[in-house]
Design a protein around this ligand. Structure first.
Ligand SMILES: *[C@@H]1O[C@H](CO)[C@@H](O)[C@H](O)[C@H]1NC(C)=O
Ligand SMILES: *[C@@H]1O[C@H](CO)[C@@H](O)[C@H](O)[C@H]1NC(C)=O
Length: 295
């Protein structure tokens, strides 16, 4: 609902050459760390991002993942070409996670009840539907608002040394005229996360753990923040609850906090996907004293 307002406003803007950029009402920057935690800050209005959104919306009828979704990737540089293809695959993998979780998730008992209150089953299931939207592996039109920037534009990757865990990727989320857009930079460390097809059932061990995670896991978690996906189904913005990261911690949140925490959706989806794919169950995640989660 919100995004259709946004598309309408932007379509109107593109017809008027000198139209003002849309109103940006809120910006948060979230860095995804290797231990699964999130570091949040705020950033300033970003006119380049708003102009990019205009470009994307003016091409709305073209294929859903557009060149305009990728900023500052140089097609003459091998590394950029490789990274762009990793991101395209990560995008498709995240949609696949959502599709499998919508279709094959067990919403009436474990593992769903390990991550959510049972009463949230239908709404959580529809949240996954709205990522996928019955639409192949590129997913719903809400995902058009996902932009990748190949530059470390907010210099978050370099600050890794100050924190307990390295930064894998970060996203500035803009709330614009009621819709959401996300500008994501993946750091060198983030590109080490595998694609779905590179993870084998034999490599996963017996417990739910970080070995199940993929590059697309970060994308899925971030798309749950999009209000047209999370809020429209859950009735309130789905954010990040303090310490609500990693498969063991998210299971221990209060049931009333679980549906408010995007990492719960990520871990329920990952566990569901690997149960279905590997045709076996996994024991509860272990909490190690060193890293809090079983790596
Ligand atoms: C892309 O890379 C090529 C080869 O390194 C370089 O000559 C060119 O200037 C780059 N283009 C941009 C826009 O940076
Ligand atoms: C990171 O650490 C360096 C050196 O200790 C310090 O100068 C810098 O201000 C720190 N940055 C942040 C964001 O804490």
């Amino acid at each position: 609902m919100f995004l259709s307002n946004l598309v309408f406003v932007l379509a109107t803007n593109t017809m008027v050459r000198s139209a003002a950029l849309p109103t940006q009402t809120r910006v948060t920057l979230q860095a995804f760390l290797a231990d699964g935690s999130i570091r949040e800050s705020t950033i300033k209005r970003d006119d380049q991002m708003l102009a990019t959104l205009n470009t994307i919306n003016s091409q709305a009828d073209a294929a859903k993942i557009l060149d305009a979704n990728f900023l500052n990737f140089n097609s003459s540089v091998d590394l950029d070409v490789q990274r762009k293809s990793q991101l395209l695959q990560g995008w498709k993998d995240a949609v696949t996670l959502a599709f499998v979780t919508f279709n094959e998730g067990q919403y009436g008992h474990p593992p769903f009840s390990d991550y959510f209150a049972l009463s949230d089953g239908q709404n959580v299931r529809e949240t996954f539907y709205d990522v996928w939207n019955g639409d192949g592996d590129v997913g719903s039109r809400h995902l058009r608002a996902q932009i990748f920037d190949n530059r470390d534009y907010a210099a978050q990757c370099k600050q890794a040394g100050n924190f307990t865990s390295v930064v894998l990727a970060y996203t500035a989320t803009f709330i614009v005229d009621g819709g959401t857009i996300a500008r994501t930079h993946v750091c060198d460390e983030g590109y080490k996360l595998p694609a779905l097809s590179k993870v084998t059932c034999n490599s996963l061990g017996d417990t739910v753990s970080n070995k199940m995670d993929i590059l697309g896991g970060i994308l899925l978690q971030q798309w749950i923040h999009f209000d047209a996906i999370g809020k429209d189904n859950m009735g309130r913005h789905v954010g990040d609850v303090p310490n609500g990261y990693g498969p063991a911690n998210v299971r221990e949140l209060l049931p009333t906090d679980q549906a408010k925490n995007a990492a719960n959706y990520r871990w329920f989806a990952l566990e569901t996907f690997w149960r279905v794919t590997c045709k076996r169950t996994f024991a509860d995640p272990r909490i190690s004293t060193e890293s809090k989660i079983d790596l």
